[in-house]
Design a protein around this ligand. Structure first.
Ligand code: NAP
Length: 323
């Protein structure tokens, strides 16, 4: 479909973003850049973030009341931490217009179906989504329009969802640069538990453990005739540890909600991981070099596959992929 002077017509009339942090504000910027909606409205919980959003001029309107943001919207996207979804869905439900689509960007999908689904009124479509893209930064100032480019967006529409609504949302994410795949929410949660949630848990663990060990690794040295204490952890953090600290700097509330809402899948994957870790521990103990080497060759090949698939990094070199 084309609009004035042959330019593609906007995919939606009005889009309402509920939450305007990293993901919401990146969507606002990408929608504006691609002219994907005629109007971008947003609501966010705090007056301070609303002021920031107004100052950044990334939305056409910033609302103090959630019902004012979603009223007359064709697409409403929940962009707050997963734990807030049930309350937000209940608050906005009375203002949703028939024929509108409700979606979200949460990193766990079964919990969204459980928490939001019951509040979606008859005649409103419900198509949960998850852009597998992000950084460790939060807030509206950290978003950027290119965040979703060449990244997957996974949609998990419940059985029987209106096909046109799914197709329209698919086009919308594609127009923001994403590749879109549809899957069952339970499958999504298991896949993401191993590819995203477990790596974050490992990062949170290792950074905590190293910090606890820091005192044992302090060393006193004489510099310019003075006795000084050297912190070797900070000094040598150029190794693998530095990458872990970046991941472990991710938003604590968002990740708390991810683990609380994807408990079973994360615990299952953690069990398998612990077994493999024990196998490597044993190989080190018994000096089984061949075993270690063949394991590392296999993982290097996996990394090469990720690079070849174009999933190795984002557009901003300083903001590697997460989600
Ligand atoms: P963010 O930058 O921290 O922004 C969070 C937004 O949600 C803010 O507008 C905040 O409002 C609002 N909010 C926070 N707690 C709330 C509550 N209890 N009730 C109502 N609103 C609340 O977060 P984000 O990184 O954009 O993440 C948002 C969602 O995207 C999460 O569900 C997450 O799972 C998903 N996601 C994140 C990433 C990532 O890498 N960050 C990737 C993919 C998907 P105020 O600032 O006004 O308090």
């Amino acid at each position: 479909m084309t609009g004035k002077r042959g330019a593609p017509a906007p995919i939606y009339g009005r889009v309402a973003l509920i939450g305007i942090g990293l993901i919401g504000s990146s969507m606002a910027r990408a929608i504006r850049r691609g002219k994907l909606a005629r109007h971008v409205a947003c609501w966010t919980r705090s007056a301070a973030t609303r002021d920031k959003a107004r100052g950044l001029k990334i939305c056409d309107s910033v609302h103090d009341r959630i019902v004012d943001a979603v009223g007359d919207a064709d697409l409403v996207v929940l962009c707050a931490p997963i734990g807030a979804n049930a309350e937000l869905a209940a608050a906005m439900a009375p203002a949703l217009k028939p024929g509108a689509t409700v979606s979200d960007v949460g990193s766990v999908k079964q919990a969204v179906v459980r928490d939001v689904g019951p509040h979606v009124p008859e005649g409103v479509h419900f198509v949960p989504g998850h852009p597998v893209a992000g950084t460790e930064h939060s807030g509206p100032e950290s978003g950027f329009a290119e965040l979703f480019e060449r990244r997957w967006c996974i949609l998990t529409p419940p059985p029987g969802t209106d096909r046109d609504a799914v197709e329209r949302l698919t086009r919308f994410w594609q127009a923001m640069g994403s590749r879109v795949e549809t899957m069952d929410p339970a499958h999504h949660d298991r896949v993401l538990a191993i590819t995203s949630h477990l790596p974050h848990l490992i990062a949170y663990t290792i950074v905590g453990t190293v910090t606890d060990l820091e005192d044992h690794l302090r060393r006193e040295a004489v510099e310019d005739g003075r006795l000084v204490e050297r912190n070797e952890v900070i000094k040598f953090s150029a190794g693998g540890f530095r990458d872990f600290t970046r991941i472990a700097a991710s938003d604590p509330v968002m990740w708390r909600d991810v683990f609380l809402n994807n408990r079973e899948a994360v615990l299952e994957m953690l069990g398998r991981f612990s077994e493999d870790l024990a196998a490597l521990q044993r190989a080190i103990r018994w000096g089984e070099g061949e075993k270690l080497e063949s394991w590392f060759i296999r993982t290097r090949d996996i990394r090469r596959g990720i690079v070849e698939a174009g999933q190795a990094g984002t557009f901003k070199a300083t903001e590697p992929e997460k989600g």
